[in-house]
Design a protein around this ligand. Structure first.
Ligand SMILES: [Zn+2]
Ligand SMILES: [Zn+2]
Length: 137
């Protein structure tokens, strides 16, 4: 049976699904989100690894050490380059963080907090939600 939420890369080669309605949905202004997304910030949310099912394609993982000193894998489609999710996070074992834009239906996935606001650029207005200088504590 198909799971509740379905996601895919820009070319459609990589698809995945999950059932959980995420609780942690963040807009992140860190430098890595800027570099990896090509924009000012990225919105992502946490899904339990046990609920995350890859349906098709073979995402490529780029492993790196974040500003926190913890390692994680950034997964993207090797065909179209779309950033999809991060996994194997030393700082959040058992959780996959999915990029909002990869969802087929993004309705109902509004961020609940803003993080790394110390990296937010001057022309971006703070949103009316919890604000964290770096990682939420
Ligand atoms: Zn693709
Ligand atoms: Zn970030």
């Amino acid at each position: 049976m198909a799971k509740k939420h379905r996601a895919r890369c820009a070319c459609g080669a990589v698809t995945f699904e999950f059932d959980s309605d995420p609780d942690f949905i963040a807009e992140c202004h860190c430098l890595d989100c800027k570099k990896a997304s090509g924009g000012e910030a990225a919105v992502f949310f946490g899904v339990p690894e046990s609920d995350f099912t890859l349906l098709s394609g073979a995402p490529k993982a780029f492993s790196y050490v974040a500003e926190s000193g913890m390692r994680l894998d950034r997964n993207f489609c090797p065909e179209c380059g779309a950033r999809l999710f991060t996994s194997n996070l030393e700082s959040f074992p058992g959780t996959v963080f999915v990029q909002l834009g990869s969802l087929d239906d993004r309705n109902g996935f509004a961020p609940k907090l803003e993080m790394f606001v110390k990296r937010r650029l001057d022309w971006v207005e703070p949103m009316r939600m919890a604000q964290f200088q770096a990682m939420p504590s």
